[in-house]
Design a protein around this ligand. Structure first.
Ligand code: PLP
Length: 390
């Protein structure tokens, strides 16, 4: 179906931060398949893990215990706030599952009327009917029939509005620590802490969508760690599988208490192939030295982007984001597709976003050389855009 406005490039091979097109041309991938290829392309350890599992067992369903799920759940619960994990296959499914966990918690706590979830304008939680309703973006909801109910929307950063939206039917507050698709718009540390406080005060669950910000993308394993808070429920996907489709809902034992046999499920969720890859991804990314290296590169990238902003004040309004989830907010007369196209011409891949922003999302394994190459290509691309728009 014609659901994507695709670029006319076919990639046939990848290695590290580089992709090779069928024409033989090489592109530096600073989009990472939209924040997915955290360990770049064809990472030897991921390839080996997938191959080894492929030769043993592909699928058994969730009718039986799945060894890989137990291994990955043990790692995730050891490394995070969570006690319980549900495995699925994508970010939307993880967010949908997180919404179900939150509502079910209040249902089994004797407050079934608590069903409403406060979410934020500009958010993106996926393309299922409930996650679209959660984000409330009219453009994505148009033509798809009745909007799923139970979501109240407020502006990111507006604490008073959040407080005013809390009522006797509120179950949870759901947000991305940094809105990715919405244009790399961070929630401040103070805001996240205040939201945590409001959840505690009113008996609400804090649901974080770390589908894009998680798995080392911001230089910590999960972005909420920067704010020194923990959620009750968290959705992850994207980088979690490093390119293999896998997602998860993480929760405290208390928040997950309603998720008893029969309440939720997935045929493919937690499939042995996905688990073998995710287990290896976690091992690599959770190493303190790995995250430390990500933070080093972050500085280099951020400084470079700030330098480009100074050179192109007429094109770039702001450099924003955290870690290797950076965004260039463009001036009103420049569009993200213009910059993405100019970057493509310079053999650099970037990703557009909302709020007139272009995302710079290198794989977490990008070397200093990759970052320098990317900044040089971006500089040339911005030069192109400057010529086109002058
Ligand atoms: N949540 C966030 C924060 C995302 O960035 C995305 C995808 O961009 C999703 C959810 C949906 O993930 P998926 O496309 O895997 O369903």
């Amino acid at each position: 179906m014609g659901t994507y406005a695709r670029q006319d490039i076919v990639f046939i091979r990848g290695e590290g931060c580089w992709l090779t097109a069928e024409t033989g041309e090489r592109y530096l991938d600073f989009g990472s398949g939209v924040a997915v290829n955290a360990l770049g392309h064809a990472h030897p350890q991921l390839v080996a893990a997938l191959k080894a599992q492929a030769e043993k067992l592909w699928h058994t369903s969730n009718l039986y215990r799945v060894e890989g799920q137990e291994t990955v759940a043990e790692k995730l619960t050891r490394l995070t706030f969570a006690d319980k994990v549900f495995f699925c296959n994508s970010g939307a499914e993880a967010c949908e599952g997180a919404i179900k966990v939150a509502r079910r918690y209040h249902y089994v706590s004797g407050q079934p009327e608590r069903q409403r979830i406060i979410a934020f304008r500009g958010a993106f939680h996926g393309r299922t009917l409930a996650t679209l309703a959660a984000a409330g973006n009219e453009k994505y909801l148009e033509g798809f029939g009745p909007t799923a109910g139970g979501f109240d929307h407020v502006d990111l950063g507006d604490l008073k509005a959040v407080e005013a939206a809390i009522g006797p039917e509120t179950a949870a507050i759901m947000l991305e620590p940094i809105q990715g698709e919405g244009g790399v718009r961070p929630a401040t540390t103070e805001f996240l802490q205040a939201i945590r406080g409001l959840c505690d005060k009113h008996g609400l669950l804090l649901v974080l969508d770390e589908v894009q910000t998680g798995m080392g993308r911001t230089g910590k394993l999960f972005a909420h760690e920067w704010a020194g808070i923990t959620p009750d429920v968290m959705a992850i996907a994207k980088g979690f599988g490093g390119g293999f489709p896998v997602g998860a809902v993480l929760a405290t034992a208390e928040a997950a208490k309603g998720m008893t046999p029969g309440t939720h499920g997935s045929t493919f969720g937690g499939n042995p192939l996905g688990m073998a890859v995710a287990s290896t991804v976690i091992d690599i990314i959770s190493e303190p030295a790995f995250l430390e290296a990500v933070r080093d590169r972050t500085l280099r990238l951020k400084q470079g982007l700030e330098g480009l902003k100074d050179q192109h004040v007429d094109l770039i309004e702001e450099v924003r984001g955290a870690g290797l989830l950076m965004g260039l907010k463009l001036k009103p007369h420049v569009t993200p597709p213009q910059v993405v196209k100019a970057a493509n011409a310079e053999k650099l891949l970037l990703v557009g976003a909302g709020d007139n922003c272009v995302r710079v999302l290198p794989p977490l394994i990008a070397t200093d050389q990759d970052i320098s190459d990317g900044l040089l290509a971006l500089s040339r691309a911005l030069g192109r855009v400057a010529r086109e728009t002058s």
